[in-house]
Design a protein around this ligand. Sequence first.
Ligand code: SF4
Length: 334
Amino acid sequence: MHRVKIIKEFLKVKEITIKISGLHTEISTDSGTIKAVDDVGFHIEKGKVLGLIGESGSGKTMTAMSILRLVPPPGRITRGNIIFEGRDLLNLTKKEMESIRGNRIGMIFQEPMTALNPVIRIGEQIGETIAFHNNLSRSDIKQRVFELLRQVGFEDPEKRYIQYPHQLSGGQRQRVLIAIAISCNPSLLIADEPTTALDVATESQILYLLRQLISGQGMSMLFITHNLNIMRRFGDYVCIMYAGRILEVGSVEDFFSEPLHPYSRGLLDSIFAFKGDETRLKAIPGFVPKLSDLPEGCKFHPRCMYVMPICKKNEPEAKKIGEDRWVRCYLYQN
Ligand code: SF4
């Protein structure tokens, strides 16, 4: 059976919203080709949150841009499958993709001030997305905007409708962006560090709101973050990225109780105290390598305390080691 057909059958059985496999995105530079996303694969079930976690430059945002087919030139997707609602997004025309972005896939960005147009009223900005994807009258769109403003926690939607972004706080602006993202009832939300610019109290409110929306509407979510603490509270699955690759995938319970990959363990040890085990790493030595200057073999080997001769020569494959559990490391290859 053809590969895409097999994936489609799998999605029906498991109620999977999106499945990505073998995704490669490259960037051409004067000094050569950089593999920003290298053989990335994961899936997100209906109503679940998958946290894509990694340090700056690990490929998280480029993965999201690849899903949305918004990779800026000179970057380009070279291989892979992105099966969403029965279609491979990589085979769609530009027009078909426009009908999915903002409609079936909602997007929430990091900095609410720059994501909103400062000279257009809040209500009109939300209404624009609805009008683009739906054939509704002006008054129906306005009513839908009021409904959305209420849904994201504004008790006075008529007042908010006519306000400009600078008249709202950071948390309120992020609520407006969430209203735009869910305005067409998407089945998938992609949120790129949506709470980074917010204080801790507002962050909790926004996470609570997102969780309510996901449970209430059965949406799935790809949540990009470098913050493991947030994912422990908010996520269902964790996907660890490093140097453009996925190193480990697992449920939040499995990952936080028993991280497998040495990089995952280092990340957790640098944040959480592990009682009674002083042999664990407390900080990861060295630095994240530049994508233009990656080491041979396992890309984490210069920083790994378990490095073996084979690690320096060949890169390990991702290996399935349990239900929804994958790891890319020679310690788990037998
Ligand atoms: Fe460490 Fe080798 Fe595993 Fe890489 S493959 S994380 S170097 S043990």
